[in-house]
Design a protein around this ligand. Structure first.
Ligand code: 4AZ
Length: 321
């Protein structure tokens, strides 16, 4: 297992492309457009009525897939897949990582999530700072932590500069093991609520079936449509043995219970983190228990979300606080 040799940089790094490490879903195609029936002579009235009727039926049929899309758990209306719209007012410790130069200003440059765990420290995923195509670390001079912004399209809250990014030296870009990083803020967020971590070696938060909540600004279709407000969804912890069977060695990654834990609806899917949620917090009983890391697709049965197991990296994080 190759270890990253250089764990620290002063400047900040970010992922090279739109956040995401798994295969994207094929974009959902708009229902087929009907070619206008050309070449007809001037229609008689009955024929015209028939044509109108046919067009109406065709329009209704064409609209059906849209209706399903709206109702389905994968529908774009429910970014972070299957959850609800939430707010940074209710959860002041959920933060976004942004790079306007790379991801544009429309959503404050958001590309990953994170959690404020002390007035100056944000815990996120290591892979937010890697180009997964090349396996290389990337630096972004304009990395900002966006704190308390109710809508990423607006300018509320603050955008805080970063003085340092620490990546766990054990992070392995090919296996996704030890996917954790700690970002140091240039300005302390005194007086703001922080999220405590689960203890080193804690086991109770990871009991199968335990309800956890994951927060983020990520997409739910992989089609490039991201919300501008925070979303959240409740996902039960999945047993390690189940997740090991779900993720045997494969191109997307291999489940490793030493540094990972899974959560999601194993049987039916429909609830999950997705692209752009990476690094965001998975919270159990008011503590940071996981970080959005990877998975095959989003919200599929038998493919729960895979999270960094915070109990396994809590000491390494503590050493950075
Ligand atoms: C991602 O690429 C990502 N469904 C995040 C979460 C999951 C998959 C991919 C889990 O950021």
């Amino acid at each position: 297992m190759a270890k990253a040799e250089q764990a620290d940089t002063d400047a900040a790094g970010t992922a090279a492309r739109a956040p995401g490490r798994h295969r994207r879903h094929a974009a959902v195609k708009a229902p087929g457009g009907h070619r206008s029936p050309g070449g007809h002579r001037a229609p008689r009235r009955r024929a015209a009525r028939r044509t109108r009727h046919r067009l109406l039926v065709a329009a209704l049929l064409a609209a059906l897939p849209l209706g399903w899309l709206w109702l389905m758990p994968h529908g774009r209306a429910q970014a972070i897949v299957g959850g609800w719209q939430d707010s940074t007012t209710r959860h002041p410790w959920v933060v976004a990582l942004g790079s306007r130069s790379v991801y544009g200003s429309g959503r404050s440059g958001q590309f990953c999530g994170g959690a404020l765990v002390s007035p100056t420290k944000v815990v996120t995923a290591a892979h937010c700072f890697y180009d997964e195509a090349t396996g290389q670390r990337i630096d972004r001079p304009d990395l900002r932590v966006i704190i308390g912004r109710p809508d990423l399209a607006g300018s509320g809250g603050s955008e805080v500069a970063v003085s340092r990014v620490w990546v766990d030296p054990a992070y392995d870009v090919s296996s996704n093991d030890w996917d954790v990083a700690v970002v140091t803020l240039a300005r302390p967020q005194t007086g703001r609520a922080v999220l405590p971590l689960v203890g080193p070696g804690a086991t109770a938060p990871y009991r199968a079936g335990t309800e956890a909540t994951v927060y983020g600004w990520g997409d739910d279709e992989g089609d490039g449509q991201y919300p501008t407000t925070l979303h959240a969804v409740e996902v039960p912890i999945v047993a390690d043995s189940t997740c090991a069977a779900d993720y045997p060695p494969g191109p997307d990654g291999t489940f490793d219970a030493r540094s990972m834990v899974c959560a999601g609806d194993q049987a039916t899917g429909g609830r999950d983190a997705c692209q752009g949620d990476s690094g965001g917090p998975l919270v159990v009983a008011g503590r940071l228990a996981g970080l959005v890391s990877w998975g095959t697709g989003c919200a599929q049965p038998g493919h729960p979300g895979v999270y960094t197991r915070v109990s396994a990296v809590a000491r390494a994080i503590d050493a950075q606080l």
